[in-house]
Ligand binder design. Structure first.
Ligand code: NDP
Length: 285
C-alpha cells in the first residue's frame, strides 16, 4: 500500500514562503507584486479558476487585478488589453485564462504577453528557455508537479519517467523538467500503441491526459511514484484524475490524489512565478 502525496499541505508551505518573500520585497523596495488575470467569456469552470487565483493572490499579499471580458470580445481588443498590461508597472505577471472562447480559438495570446510577465510560462521564449536550460518562467502545473516530487525527496537522476500526454501546457514541459533533472523520459500520447507497457517502465508516471481513470494500478511498476494531473468531472459530478486512484495506491509507493494533489500546486507556482517576476522587475530598475 502506497502513500498519498498531500498537495494541499505542500502548497501551503510554498504559499507561506511566498508570503514571506512578498513582505520582504515590500520592506526592501516598497514594491507589491501584482498579477493580472484576464478572463474572456463566462465558462463556469474558468470563472472558478480565476476567482481562486485572485483570492490566492490576496492571501499572500500579491495584488490581484481581474479583467473580465465578454465572450464576443474581438482579438484586437484582447491584444490591446494585454499590451496595456505589458506596460503597467503595477502588473508583474499576466495570465490569460484558457481556453479562450471558440471565436478566439486561432489566437495564440501567449505570444503577445511580455515574456518578463509571462508567469504561466507559455510564451515561446520561456518554452525555449526551458528546453535549452536557461532561466525563465516554468509552466505552473509541471513546475508544481516537480515540487511534489521534491517534497518526497525523490531522486530523479537515473530514473525512468513516463509522461502520458504531450500538450504544450502540461505534458511537453513536464518531460523537459524531468529531463533537466537527469531522468530518462518517455512521452506517450493518443497514438502510442501499447500504453500499459510504456507505463510499466516508469519509476515515475505523470498522467496529463483528460481521460477519467485511464491509467490502471495493474499497469504500474511496483513502487512507482504517480503524479496525476487530470481533473475530470464524471456524470455523478465526482471529480477524478487520469489515474485509477484506489488500484494505483495498491501498486505504487506514492500517488497524488485528485482533488488535493497537483491542483493546489498549480496556483502556488503561479504565485511563485509572480513573486519572481516582481523581484526581477525591482532589480532592473
Ligand atoms: P490536452 O487535451 O491538451 O492534452 C491531452 C493529451 O493526452 C494529448 O497529448 C493527447 O494525445 C493525450 N491523450 C488523449 N487520450 C489519450 C489516450 N487514450 N492515451 C494516451 N494519450 C492520450 O490536455 P491538457 O494537457 O491541457 O490537460 C490534461 C489533463 O490535465 C486534463 O484533465 C486537465 O483538466 C488537467 N489539467 C490539470 C491542471 C491542474 O492544475 N491540475 C492544469 C492543466 C490541466 P495527442 O497529443 O496525441 O492528442
Amino acid at each position: 500500500m502506497g502513500s498519498i502525496i498531500d498537495g494541499k499541505a505542500v502548497s501551503e508551505k510554498v504559499r507561506a514562503e511566498i508570503k514571506q518573500g512578498v513582505s520582504e520585497l515590500f520592506a526592501a523596495k516598497g514594491l507589491r507584486p501584482g498579477l493580472a488575470v484576464v478572463l474572456v467569456g463566462e465558462d463556469p469552470a474558468s470563472q472558478i479558476y480565476v476567482r481562486n487565483k485572485t483570492k490566492a493572490c490576496e492571501d499572500v499579499g500579491i495584488a490581484g487585478f481581474q479583467h473580465s471580458l465578454p465572450a464576443d470580445t474581438k482579438a484586437e481588443d484582447l491584444i490591446a488589453l494585454v499590451r496595456k498590461l505589458n506596460e503597467d508597472p503595477q502588473v508583474h505577471g499576466i495570465l490569460v485564462q484558457l481556453p479562450l472562447p471558440p471565436a478566439l480559438k486561432g489566437l495564440d495570446i501567449a505570444t503577445y504577453i511580455d515574456p518578463r510577465k509571462d508567469v504561466d510560462g507559455l510564451h515561446p521564449l520561456n518554452i525555449g528557455n526551458l528546453v535549452t536550460g536557461r532561466e525563465g518562467f516554468r509552466s505552473c502545473t509541471p513546475f508544481g508537479a516537480m515540487k511534489l516530487l521534491e517534497s518526497i525527496g525523490f531522486e530523479l537522476q537515473g530514473k525512468h519517467a513516463v509522461v502520458v500526454g504531450r500538450s504544450n501546457i502540461v505534458g511537453k514541459p513536464m518531460g523537459m523538467m524531468l529531463l533537466e533533472k537527469n531522468a530518462t523520459v518517455t512521452y506517450c500520447h493518443s497514438r502510442t500503441p501499447d500504453l500499459a507497457a510504456e507505463v510499466r517502465r516508469g519509476d515515475v508516471v505523470v498522467a496529463a491526459v483528460g481521460v477519467p481513470e485511464l491509467v490502471k494500478g495493474s499497469w504500474l511498476k511496483p513502487g512507482a511514484v504517480v503524479i496525476d494531473v487530470g481533473i475530470n468531472r464524471k456524470a455523478d459530478k465526482k471529480i477524478v484524475g487520469d489515474v485509477e486512484f484506489a488500484s494505483a495506491l495498491q501498486q505504487a509507493a506514492y500517488v497524488t490524489p485528485v482533488p488535493g494533489g497537483v491542483g493546489p500546486m498549480t496556483i502556488a507556482m503561479l504565485l511563485w512565478n509572480t513573486l519572481s517576476a516582481a523581484r526581477r522587475f525591482s532589480e532592473s530598475r
